[in-house]
Design a protein around this ligand. Structure first.
Ligand SMILES: [Zn+2]
Length: 683
C-alpha cells in the first residue's frame, strides 16, 4: 500500500510541476512519505473536483465506521483527544482521591456512565421524581412553573431562555426568549413535503409512540399521544422563523418591558415564568421573535392540559433517554442516530462515557489536558499565527477598492479590537459547588444542568464577564462572538493529524490554522451578521449606506453561488442560511494565503513532498475540510446547519481565488472554473 502511495505521489508531483510556473529554488528532502501527499487521489483532477483530488485517497483508505456519521480530520483529532481524555478519566477513577476534588468528580462521573448494569437495574426510576412533577400539573395555570422547573434541569419545551449580553449594550446582561420547542430541531422538517422529510416525520411519530409505550402508555393511547405531539410541534413550526430569517440581529432584537408582556403577548404565562425563577426584578427582556411568542397564546389554549403534560414528558424523556436503561437508550439512538444520520452501530461504551464526561466536566478535564497533553508553546504558536492573520487583514482592508475611507477606518478599529483568546482560559470556571457521585449517572447530569442554569440566573443584573470561554481547550473547533468582539481558538487546534510531535510546515499552518481557523473566525466579525456589530460588540451599523449596498451585492453573489450547489439528488445548499459561513471561509483562506506569502517557506519556494508552496497551501486547505459524511447525516446537516457541506467549503472557496487558477492551471470549461464576472472577492 505504501509503495502505491509513493508511486502515485511521484506521478502527481510531475502533473503538478507541469501546471506550475515557479522555479524551485530549494527542495526539502524527506525520508518518509509526507502525510499530506497520501490524501491525494490523482484520478481526480484538481481543476475538475479539487476536494476529491485533495482528499479522496484518504477517504478510500478510511471508510466511515458503522458507529460514526462521518470520517475525516475531525474524527481523527477527536480520536486522539479522546484517547487523552480516556486516560484522564481512568487515572481519576483509580486514584484514592479527596471528595469534592476535580479528580473525584471526573473519576466518579466516568464510573457512573460506565456502570450499565446499574442503569438496567434502575430502569426509569432516576427520572421518576421529575415525571411525577409533570403528572401533578393540574391546569394551564400550573404550566409556567412546571416549564420553569424543566429549564433548570436543562429541558426547554416550547422556547429557549437565557441571560447573556444585550445586543445593543454588550456589557450588560439581559434575559432573552427565543423560539423553540421542535424535537426535530428545524421547522422545515415539519413543513416540507418531499419524500425524505415525510419519511423522517413518519419515523419521528413512531419513535415518540415507542417512548410512551416504554413509559407504560398502552398502544392506542401512545399512538394518539405521538400524533398530538407532532401536531403541537407542527403548530410551533408554522409560526417559527426560518434559519435564513433568523440571520437578522435587528429583527431578533425586540426589547419588551416585563410589565407589558401580558398586554403584548396576550398571557400572564411569561410573568409567572420569571417569577418562578425569582427574576421579579427584571424590568425588561428581549423577545427575539415576537410573532412566535404572540402565536403561542392561542396554541397554549388549543390543547388540553393532558396534551401539555405529554408534551412536557416527551421533552424530558427525550433529553434524558441516553442516561436511562437500554430500552430507552436504544430507541433514542435508533431515531436520532440511525434514522437521522444513518449510523447503525453504537460506539464502544468507553467512548460514549468519555464523550459524556467531557461534555459534562470538560472545564475540569481541560485543566489536565493542557498541562499533560499539549506542547508547551501551544498558546504562543497559535497567538503568532493569529496576529499574522490580523496584520494581513488590516493590509487588505486598506487596499479594498469598493469601500470608502470612512468605513475602512472603522473596520480597522474593529479589527484591532478583536480580542483573541487562544489555547485555554486564564481563569477556569468554579465547579466546586457541583456534587458528583459514582452511582447515579442521570442525577449527575441533572445536577450539572441545575448548576449551569443557576450560574446563568446569577448573571441577572451583573455586568458581562468578558473573560469567560464558551469552549473547552480540548474542543476541536473555534468561534467568533459578535457581542464580545472576540475569537476563541481552543488549544487542540494546534493538532494537525500526521504531524504529531513535529511542527507542521507553514503551508499546513496557514492553510488550516491560519486560513480555516483564525482567518475564518475573524471574518465572522465582517460577515452579513457580524458586520452589523461595532468594535465594542454593540449592534450599531457603522457602515455608510453606499458601502453597505456594495457589500450586499457581493454577499448576494455568494448566496447565488452556494444555492446552485446540489448536495444530494434534489437537495441544494441553503445559500441564504449558510452565507455567513461561506463569507467566513472565503475571507479566511484569502488571509491565509496572504499570511503564507510572508513566510520563508513561500518566499524561498521550498518544495515539500514534491509540492510547490501554493500547491501545498491549497491541498492543506482541502485537508482542513477533509470530511466524508454519510448521505443521511449530510441531508440532516443541510436541513439544520448553517455550514455548507465540506466539499463545497473547499470547492466553493478556491474557485473564487486567482491563486488557485494559477496554481492548478484552471481554464474556462473546467468544472472548477467560474466566470470572472461572478467570482467573489469581498475582504
Ligand atoms: Zn464559522
Amino acid at each position: 500500500m505504501i509503495k502505491n502511495i509513493i508511486k502515485s505521489s511521484i506521478i502527481l508531483a510531475s502533473i503538478l510541476f507541469f501546471a506550475c510556473s515557479d522555479t524551485p529554488k530549494k527542495v526539502e528532502t524527506i525520508t518518509e512519505v509526507d502525510p499530506l501527499i497520501q490524501h491525494i487521489d490523482s484520478s481526480y483532477k484538481a481543476n475538475e473536483d479539487f476536494f476529491m483530488f485533495a482528499n479522496n485517497s484518504w477517504f478510500k483508505q478510511h471508510p466511515i465506521k458503522a458507529s460514526e456519521t462521518s470520517n475525516g480530520i475531525f474524527k481523527t483529532i477527536e480520536d486522539s483527544v479522546n484517547a487523552a481524555i480516556k486516560q484522564i478519566c481512568i487515572q481519576s477513577s483509580l486514584a484514592n482521591v479527596e471528595k469534592g476534588s476535580n479528580k473525584q468528580k471526573i473519576g466518579d462521573f466516568y464510573k457512573s456512565s460506565m456502570d450499565t448494569t446499574l442503569l438496567e437495574k434502575l430502569n426509569i426510576t432516576p427520572l421518576q421524581e421529575e415525571l411525577t412533577k409533570i403528572d401533578n400539573i393540574s391546569s394551564l395555570a400550573d404550566l409556567p412553573k412546571a416549564i420553569a422547573h424543566l429549564n433548570t434541569i436543562g429541558v426547554s419545551p416550547l422556547f429557549y431562555f437565557w441571560i447573556g449580553p444585550d445586543d445593543k449594550n454588550s456589557s450588560f446582561n439581559r434575559g432573552h426568549l427565543w423560539q423553540g420547542g421542535l424535537g426535530l430541531g428545524e421547522r422545515d422538517y415539519y413543513l416540507n413535503t418531499d419524500e425524505r422529510t415525510l419519511n423522517i416525520k413518519k419515523e419521528y411519530v413512531n419513535h415518540i409512540q415507542i417512548m410512551f409505550e416504554l413509559l407504560n402508555q398502552n398502544e392506542d393511547k401512545a399512538i394518539a399521544t405521538s400524533n398530538t405531539i407532532l401536531q403541537i410541534e407542527t403548530d410551533l413550526a408554522k409560526v417559527s422563523k426560518s434559519m435564513e430569517a433568523l440571520r437578522d440581529p435587528y429583527g431578533n432584537y425586540n426589547l419588551m418591558a416585563t410589565s407589558n408582556l401580558k398586554i403584548n403577548l396576550g398571557t400572564d404565562f411569561w410573568q409567572n415564568l420569571l417569577q418562578a425563577w425569582n427574576l421579579n426584578t427584571m424590568d425588561s427582556l428581549v423577545v427575539s421573535q415576537p410573532s412566535f411568542f404572540k402565536a403561542l397564546t392561542p396554541i397554549l389554549n388549543k390543547y388540553s392540559i393532558d396534551d401539555w403534560k405529554n408534551y412536557c414528558t416527551w421533552n424530558l424523556v427525550s433529553d434524558y433517554a441516553s442516561y436511562l436503561s437500554k430500552d430507552f437508550y436504544n430507541e433514542d439512538f435508533y431515531f436520532f442516530n440511525t434514522v437521522l444520520s444513518g449510523v447503525t452501530e453504537k460506539k464502544p461504551r468507553w467512548e460514549t462515557a468519555v464523550n459524556e464526561t467531557n461534555d459534562a466536566l470538560g472545564e475540569l478535564i481541560g485543566q489536565v489536558y493542557v498541562k499533560e497533553y499539549l506542547p508547551a508553546n501551544t498558546k504562543e504558536k497559535l497567538k503568532e499565527i493569529g496576529e499574522n492573520i490580523r496584520t494581513v487583514y488590516a493590509e487588505h482592508i486598506k487596499d479594498l477598492d469598493w469601500m470608502s475611507e470612512e468605513t475602512k477606518a472603522k473596520a480597522l478599529v474593529k479589527l484591532a479590537k478583536i480580542n483573541m483568546k487562544v489555547g485555554y482560559p486564564d481563569k477556569w470556571k468554579d465547579m466546586s459547588a457541583v456534587e458528583i457521585n459514582s452511582k447515579t449517572y442521570l442525577m449527575n447530569i441533572l445536577k450539572l444542568n441545575q448548576w449551569a442554569f443557576n450560574r446563568m440566573l446569577a448573571k441577572n443584573g451583573q455586568p458581562v464577564n468578558k473573560d469567560e470561554w464558551g469552549m473547552y481547550p480540548q474542543t476541536y473547533n473555534a468561534y467568533y462572538s459578535p457581542s464580545f468582539n472576540e475569537i476563541v481558538v481552543p488549544a487542540c487546534n494546534i493538532i494537525v493529524p500526521g504531524y504529531e510531535g513535529k511542527m507542521p510546515d507553514d503551508a499546513l499552518l496557514y492553510g488550516i490554522i491560519g486560513g480555516s481557523t483564525f482567518g475564518h473566525e475573524i471574518t465572522h466579525g465582517f460577515d452579513d451578521e457580524g458586520s452589523l456589530y461595532d468594535e465594542n460588540g454593540n449592534l450599531n451599523d457603522w457602515w455608510t449606506a453606499e458601502d453597505r449596498e456594495k457589500f450586499e451585492a457581493k454577499t448576494q453573489l455568494i448566496v447565488e453561488q452556494y444555492s446552485a450547489y446540489t448536495v444530494l439528488d434534489s437537495m441544494h445548499i441553503k445559500g441564504d442560511a449558510t452565507q455567513g459561513e461561506n463569507i467566513a471561509d472565503l475571507g479566511g483562506v484569502t488571509m491565509g494565503i496572504e499570511a503564507f506569502k510572508k513566510t520563508d517557506h513561500y518566499k524561498n519556494n521550498v518544495i515539500i513532498g514534491g509540492l510547490t508552496p501554493m500547491q501545498r497551501f491549497f491541498i492543506s486547505y482541502g485537508f482542513a475540510w477533509m470530511v466524508n459524511r454519510r448521505d443521511e447525516a449530510l441531508a440532516h446537516r443541510v436541513m439544520t446547519n448553517v455550514h455548507s457541506p465540506a466539499k463545497f467549503r473547499v470547492n466553493g472557496v478556491v474557485s473564487n481565488l486567482p491563486e488557485f487558477y494559477e496554481t492548478f492551471n484552471v481554464k474556462e470549461g473546467d468544472a472548477m472554473y467560474r466566470n470572472d464576472s461572478i467570482r467573489v472577492k469581498i475582504w
